[in-house]
Design a protein around this ligand. Structure first.
Ligand SMILES: NC(=O)c1ccc[n+]([C@@H]2O[C@H](COP(=O)([O-])OP(=O)(O)OC[C@H]3O[C@@H](n4cnc5c(N)ncnc54)[C@H](O)[C@@H]3O)[C@@H](O)[C@H]2O)c1
Length: 252
């Protein structure tokens, strides 16, 4: 308890899956959590449960980022960490990816992470430092043909993270920037992929936890523990890294 006591932390895409788990664990560990998402109904409900603040935000909208940071500065006076987590994963290979899907994927993952990092740095500089955590994927590390646009976007997030980490270090901002690369973790995004790609509806299995373990799929807290570590002072010497959480899948 208290590993991130009183740290002011924004988590995007916090109304579901990994973002929800991050928000819950950060709140348990003492953080002041600001949850954002396009899904206000689910977001408000979780925020009320854990004592967080909810802010409706589409991360692919630049103005929304400005509004969010203005609110955070006014209400909380500082920003200690940002978790750029919001995302979509459209199943389509190179021959079947439409321009609309390509642009939407880049808008959420790349534009969103870019504006998030840029606006967070501006605020973090004022209070002497912070930690930015960008949710990438193992799709940034190996080829996943059925996720063409997603892989490209996650690869971009990985590279952007390192460039930001080095810049902040050179400028002596005391702002760290790291990416996390989960393999398959049990969230609505992966449940949809399993149903579509291998015909398994994990949520309808008699013992879905057993099925999850047998299929080698992680649980959201496997990632949330890493997020808490990267927000906390325990990781003060860690920047520019790529934290892989995939039960060894990409180690072969
Ligand atoms: N689950 C996995 O196995 C896995 C693996 C690697 C990476 N990731 C990444 O983790 C992140 C979270 O994924 P998840 O599995 O929890 O998915 P999820 O679908 O359960 O949750 C994603 C959340 O993002 C929100 N969102 C979508 N578009 C948004 C937008 N434009 N602005 C704000 N919020 C938006 C959704 O409303 C939803 O609440 C994503 O970036 C995803 O790519 C997930």
């Amino acid at each position: 308890m208290g590993r991130v006591q009183d740290k002011v932390v924004i988590v995007t895409g916090a109304a579901s899956g990994l973002g929800e788990a991050d928000a819950r664990l950060l709140a348990t560990e003492g953080a002041t959590v600001i949850m954002t998402d396009i899904n206000a109904e689910a977001g408000e409900k979780i925020a009320a449960e854990i004592g967080a603040t909810f802010f409706t935000q589409d991360v692919s909208d630049e103005t929304g980022w400005k509004d969010l940071m203005t609110m955070v500065e006014k209400e909380f006076g500082r920003l200690d960490a940002l978790v750029n987590n919001a995302g979509i994963a459209v199943i389509a290979d190179i021959e079947n990816t439409s321009t609309a899907v390509w642009r939407r994927t880049m808008g959420i993952h790349l534009d969103g992470t870019f504006w998030g990092c840029q606006s967070a740095i501006e605020l973090m500089k004022k209070s002497g430092g912070g930690s930015i955590i960008n949710m990438s994927s193992t799709a940034a590390l190996v080829g996943i043909p059925s996720y063409l646009a997603y892989s490209a976007a996650k690869g971009g997030i990985r590279a952007m993270t390192k460039a930001i980490a080095i810049h902040c270090k050179q400028q002596k901002y005391h702002i760290r920037c790291n990416s996390i690369h989960p393999g398959s973790i049990s969230t609505p995004m992966v449940h949809h992929a399993l149903k579509t790609l291998v015909g398994v509806d994990i949520t309808k299995q008699a013992d879905s936890e057993k099925t999850r373990r047998e299929m080698g799929i992680g649980e959201p807290n496997d990632v949330a523990y890493m997020v808490v570590y990267l927000v906390s002072e325990e990781s003060k010497h860690v920047t520019g890294t790529e934290m892989v959480i995939d039960n060894g899948d990409t180690a072969v």
